[in-house]
Design a protein around this ligand. Structure first.
Ligand code: DGJ
Length: 556
């Protein structure tokens, strides 16, 4: 080989090595970041908005994964939520099968999609159905909840030490494998168990559980629930009356799940969350009318103190009542809890993705979004309508998900969905109010859409510049008056084509300096055209197409 050729070969080889290094360049581990009371999920060191969808329960198998990816492509997701099954992972005690998780990782990477893995361990919807056979066949050792009548419930006992140890071991092995197999952090978060808790029995009535129920409530639980201790400290019944049994079960289940999470995090500390089967947020029924033991809204403080390794308590929202849906979002949007919706469904609920963003959500994910179950892709079919409704959200937000997550963390973003009987909404941004109206005619304020499908998002980029987008709505801006006027509520709004306000006795009229339509590419707004004339004379109208505007305002 000539010297020149040898140098070339060496150069090519070193470039290949550099490329490989670039491919495995270590990125920071995903984490939940809190700043000024707001949250973001950081992925590769920057805020990331999880545009997710969850597969059906039995879809993470080599035979069915091929029916997952085309659905996810249609939906424009950036993250798939997929279960890994304990029964598959540890078919014989101490023997672990990594084949499914490895295949899932490989296929997700091929499709450039991130993963949230759901650890279907001790609990699945309150039952022990995903425990391996060797556990199912030994209910003496891996004990069930004993109900009030002394019968075995279809639910694992949170006091079963052998089950806890087995789950901790399996989950730790799983997380250790993930750490080694996933240096590029394809997996960004882990769900520990699935809707942990118990249906049909309020708690475990086994003798050891009964003994604990009659013992003093741990002081941290009393303090979390705002109940005064005494001397002697109260037992559960004294402290909580009719709520004693659900509170006790929540504490027991949270302790167990918290220990599983702690063990897994010691191997590989990805963010971890627990999902909840909810109770009616508007008219909560008595204990027994909802799953006992999971992080329902009434026991969130107990879960927070009993399971500190769990980063997020997350609501599975299947409400068809929009008022109840919005209430659930509020209940899980707390100073100690990032809002994250790991399961939801129904075409009509797709608009609440915007409401969730308005409350700073770090992610959103409809359930059962794959092509198993004989999915009917015919236009207008119920299933396809649901797919369409969620896909349009992600098609719009996908190209700017990083910006949206960052603006939300910085407190600069507001977003809303249409509510029945509320054809207008106002989003205040200091000197400017963004006025949203639904079903607006050319000169009218709006009477609401025939079906409430409207959604709007506005984010402040500079003092007088906004990112504006939405579906089936009109958005305009109005001077908001001086800080004093806003405080006193003494603002005279002008009506008519140009929104105006009387500020210090003088009329100030909104003026569009420039309304730019564009798209985001790699975090940069790429200008496409200026809207003016008919496109701006009656406010900025959004239909079914994904349209993003950068709006610069002034007054005259
Ligand atoms: C909620 C559960 O968490 C999911 O795994 C699934 O069973 C759905 N319910 C079914 O609708």
């Amino acid at each position: 080989m000539k010297i020149k050729d040898a140098v070339l070969v060496a150069l090519v080889a070193s470039n290949i090595a550099m490329d490989l290094n670039a491919q495995v360049k270590p990125q920071p581990i995903p984490q939940i970041v809190k700043k000024d009371g707001r949250f973001a999920l950081f992925v590769d060191g920057a805020p990331y908005l999880m545009l997710g969808a969850q597969v059906h329960n039995s879809s993470t198998w080599p035979a069915t994964l091929s029916q997952v990816w085309p659905a996810m492509a249609f939906l424009n997701v950036n993250t798939v939520e997929a279960p890994i099954y304990w029964e598959q992972f540890e078919p014989k005690q101490g023997q672990f099968d990594y084949s499914v998780v490895d295949l899932l990782l490989a296929q997700a990477r091929q499709h450039h999609i991130r993963l949230v893995i759901l650890w279907f361990g001790t609990w699945k919807n309150g039952s022990q159905h995903y425990m391996p056979e060797w556990m199912k066949l030994d209910p003496e050792r891996y004990s069930h909840v004993i109900d009030k009548n002394g019968d075995l419930a279809d639910s694992p006992s949170p006091f079963a030490t052998a089950s806890l140890e087995a789950d901790k071991t399996a989950f730790t092995v799983f997380m250790r494998h993930l750490k080694a197999a996933d240096p590029q952090h394809t997996v960004i978060m882990i769900q520990v168990e699935n809707e942990a808790g118990t249906w049909g029995s309020l708690r475990d009535y086994s003798p050891p559980a009964q003994k604990l129920f009659e013992a003093p409530v741990p002081p941290e639980v009393l303090s979390a629930m705002g109940v005064k201790s005494g001397s002697p400290a109260p037992i559960w019944q004294e402290a909580f009356g009719p709520e004693a049994e659900v509170n006790f079960h929540a504490w027991a289940v949270a302790k167990y799940v918290g220990q599983v999470a702690t063990a897994g995090k010691a191997a590989y500390p990805l963010p971890m969350y627990v999902n909840a089967a909810l109770r009616d947020p508007l008219k909560p029924g008595a204990p027994g009318s909802y799953e006992s033991g999971g992080p329902t809204d009434n026991v969130l403080p107990i879960w927070k103190v009993a399971a500190p390794a769990i980063d997020i308590l997350a609501p599975d929202i299947y409400q068809s009542n929009p008022v109840a849906y919005l209430k659930e979002l509020e209940l899980y949007h707390r100073d100690d809890n990032a809002l994250f919706i790991p399961e939801t469904g129904g075409a009509a609920n797709a608009r609440f993705f915007f409401s969730a963003l308005g409350l700073g959500a770090i992610g959103f994910s409809p359930f059962g979004m794959d092509y198993t179950h004989g999915h009917d892709t015919a236009p207008g079919s119920r299933q396809q309508q649901e797919f369409d409704a969620y896909a349009m959200n992600y098609r719009l937000i996908g190209p700017m998900q990083r910006e949206i997550a960052r603006l939300n963390l910085e407190g600069k973003l507001k977003a809303v969905a249409e509510e029945q009987g509320k054809p207008t909404q106002v989003l205040p941004f200091g000197d400017w109010n963004a006025a949203v109206s639904y079903g607006a005619s050319r000169e009218g304020q709006g009477a609401g859409n025939a079906e409430p499908t409207g959604r709007a998002l506005v984010a402040q980029l500079k003092d007088n510049q906004f990112l504006v987008t939405g579906f089936f709505c009109r958005i305009d801006f109005r001077p908001a008056g001086t800080a004093e006027q806003r405080k006193s509520g003494n603002i005279v709004d002008g009506t008519g084509q140009t929104p105006s306000a009387q500020i210090d006795g003088k009329w100030q009229h909104r003026q569009f300096l420039k309304v730019e339509e564009g798209t985001f590419e790699n975090g940069v707004f790429k200008f496409q055209r200026i809207w003016n004339g008919d496109e701006t004379d009656w406010g900025l109208n959004f239909g079914a197409e994904p349209v993003v505007l950068r709006v610069s305002l002034a007054t005259y």
